[in-house]
Design a protein around this ligand. Structure first.
Ligand SMILES: [Zn+2]
Length: 164
């Protein structure tokens, strides 16, 4: 069943590119340790960031070491910061560590970005179709089809008021 549902997942990179935003993996800053050889210095806790350079070009970077679902959520979350107008003259960069994605979150901008990211990756009409027309009611199955984590799917369905 999942195979025929491939078109149901959203590509956040495509949407970012449509908004003139480049999306790139964070580059590993490989370095030579004296005994350890090459080590990868990407902070595992860093999910991604969005930055606007001096020429006005906006780029989203994501941690390529994370699970694909997490990478997709990170990209959608950074895109949400952009779409919500969080980037401005005073704030040219957002850096998101794993705590940005946690709920509850005390930072209002992070809450907004998470909500919009969830809407981007899990549009209501597609979810409605899957649940009410196709009869797929398992959170696990829905998450698999839309290529998001089960936690993200649960959060979205709760926000829609479809589950408690
Ligand atoms: Zn954020």
């Amino acid at each position: 069943m999942v195979d025929t549902m491939d078109t149901f997942y959203i590509d956040p990179i495509y949407i970012a590119n449509k908004n003139n935003i480049n999306v790139k993996p964070i580059k590993s800053k490989k370095t030579k340790g004296t005994w350890l050889g090459e080590i990868d210095l990407i902070d595992d806790d860093l999910c991604g960031y969005i930055e606007k350079d001096n020429s006005g070009k906006t780029t989203i970077y994501y941690n390529p070491n994370h699970h694909e679902n997490r990478q997709r959520f990170t990209i959608a979350h950074e895109l949400a910061h952009f779409l919500l107008g969080h980037l401005n003259e005073n704030q040219k960069e957002y850096r998101d560590f794993t705590n940005s994605f946690q709920t509850p979150n005390s930072d209002q901008k992070e809450i907004e970005a998470n909500k919009l990211a969830a809407k981007i990756l899990m549009p209501e009409d597609k979810l409605y179709f899957l649940i009410y027309k196709k009869g797929i009611t398992s959170v696990k199955e829905l998450a698999k089809i839309m290529r998001v984590s089960e936690a993200a799917m649960e959060y979205r369905l709760k926000n829609l008021g479809w589950i408690r």
